[in-house]
Design a protein. Structure first.
Lengths: 227, 202
């Protein structure tokens, strides 16, 4: 009986698990048959393995399934969100545009102010002007006539309005129904909807951007709290 | 649905498919963690952490034994826990008497299917094996738990512990020898057949 080395024990352990090559296996089986030390050691390893295999399996104390929150999966976002996420950029552009246009209009286009002032009056004067696009064209045709007579008309010109009206001036369309009154003097100046529209849109989009930012912050905090 | 299809669906983000896999493997992962850590709560935490990291890293699974791949995540979670425990030693997991001896807790190990005597013997034997397992170095323990308790083949163990086959073979042999030596101290708890063979061999 020879004393076994660790290498022998390793081979016996692998033999038990059927992990030896055919030649190694044949060689070891000869040793097991001829040397009792090999047979005893093999039996000891087998018994140890049997004991371990008989270890009872425990039931899980609970299920380990993941919830969407644990997995960090957010609920699907509404389709409009990607579009609305540009709202802040749009709002900023509009704000700059409006502000810049007002300043620029005051400094550089002071002379064109009467035209701007006349146009709104035309729009306001027409029965359908505030709501219908074609109506915008009609007062525009009347506007040039008042350019000189209304030099001192109050109101701040906005290039937006100018831009809106420019095509209308280029394509004269006469509509007697929407013809503005000949003169504005002595009448209260009607509110130009275009002067309200752009800032209004900017405020609306800013609010929307703020809302989206707030919702994002809320979702981010909830996610962090989970972790 | 077969496992491969479930894995593919889970890789495409289906949590339901992944949870089906969780239900299929949670027993294996839990028992592995329990034998490595010897603590039910820590084992449960390790398994939950393992499934979570498995879901996040699911796209890194490239075929082969999914069980071995999952067992790698739980083995890693157990190693992390053991490292934490080493850094911050806590009170023993078993309650102690005034003399500092451990009080065994058969209630923890009760088996409703066995008679009270059998149950006690079985519980004590299990406790003895667990004690011997705990005395093994972590790397050896993980290998022997995976191979002998969970019944993985060498290739799967190699994947699970991320070591070459030769290392697995060597560690398993060493772990079995150490366990054998340790269990000699609990001879009276060993099953009769085990004792007789052992006595005849001496």
């Amino acid at each position: 009986m020879k004393s076994l080395t660790f290498r022998d024990m390793e081979r016996l352990s692998a033999y038990l698990d059927g992990q030896l090559s055919p030649s190694e296996k044949t060689h070891l089986e000869k040793s097991i048959q001829s040397d009792q030390a090999f047979a005893i050691a093999l039996e000891e390893i087998r018994q140890t393995r049997t004991l371990l295999r008989r270890m009872p399996k425990r039931r899980v104390p609970r299920n380990f399934t993941l919830t969407p929150r644990m997995a960090g999966i957010r609920p699907p976002v509404p389709r409009a969100v990607p579009v609305l996420s540009w709202a802040s950029a749009m709002a900023m552009l509009l704000f700059i545009f409006t502000l810049g246009a007002n300043l620029f209009g005051k400094l550089s286009f002071g002379a064109s102010a009467p035209m701007m002032a006349a146009a709104p009056s035309g729009i306001g004067g027409g029965p359908m002007a505030a709501t219908q696009a074609p109506a915008l064209a009609a007062p525009a045709t009347a506007a040039p006539a008042q350019l000189r007579s209304d030099q001192t008309a109050q109101g701040t010109p906005t290039p937006e309005v100018f831009t809106m009206l420019a095509p209308a001036v280029a394509t004269p369309v006469t509509n007697p129904v929407t013809q503005p009154p000949a003169t504005l003097k002595g009448q209260p100046r009607p509110l130009n909807p275009w002067l309200i529209f752009w800032p209004g849109l900017a405020i609306f989009l800013s609010s929307l951007a703020l809302l989206i930012w707030g919702l994002n912050q809320f979702a981010f905090r909830r996610k962090n709290r989970r972790r | 649905m077969d496992e491969t299809a479930l894995i593919q669906e889970a890789q495409h983000g289906s949590l339901d498919a992944f949870n089906s896999l969780v239900l299929a493997y949670q027993d294996t992962l839990y028992n592995t963690a329990l034998r490595i850590l010897n603590d039910e709560d820590l084992a449960a935490d390790a398994v939950q952490e393992a499934f979570l990291s498995a879901f996040r890293a699911l796209n890194s699974y490239r075929g082969g034994s999914f069980r071995a791949w999952l067992l790698r995540t739980v083995t890693n979670a157990c190693y992390d826990e053991l490292r934490r425990r080493k850094r911050r030693p806590t009170t023993p997991l078993e309650p102690e008497t005034a003399d500092g001896d451990e009080i065994e807790s058969p209630g923890w190990l009760t088996d409703p299917n066995a008679s009270p005597e059998e149950s006690l013997d079985q519980a004590e034997l299990e406790h003895a094996i667990q004690h011997c397992l705990e005395n093994l170095p972590t790397d050896f323990r993980a290998v022997v738990v995976l191979a002998d308790i969970q019944g993985l083949d060498y290739t799967e163990v190699s994947v699970a512990v991320k070591k070459p086959l030769g290392t697995v073979k060597s560690r398993l042999a060493r772990a079995r020898l150490r366990l054998r030596e340790c269990l000699q101290g609990f001879r009276e708890l060993l099953p009769a057949a085990f004792r007789l063979e052992e006595e005849s061999s001496v």
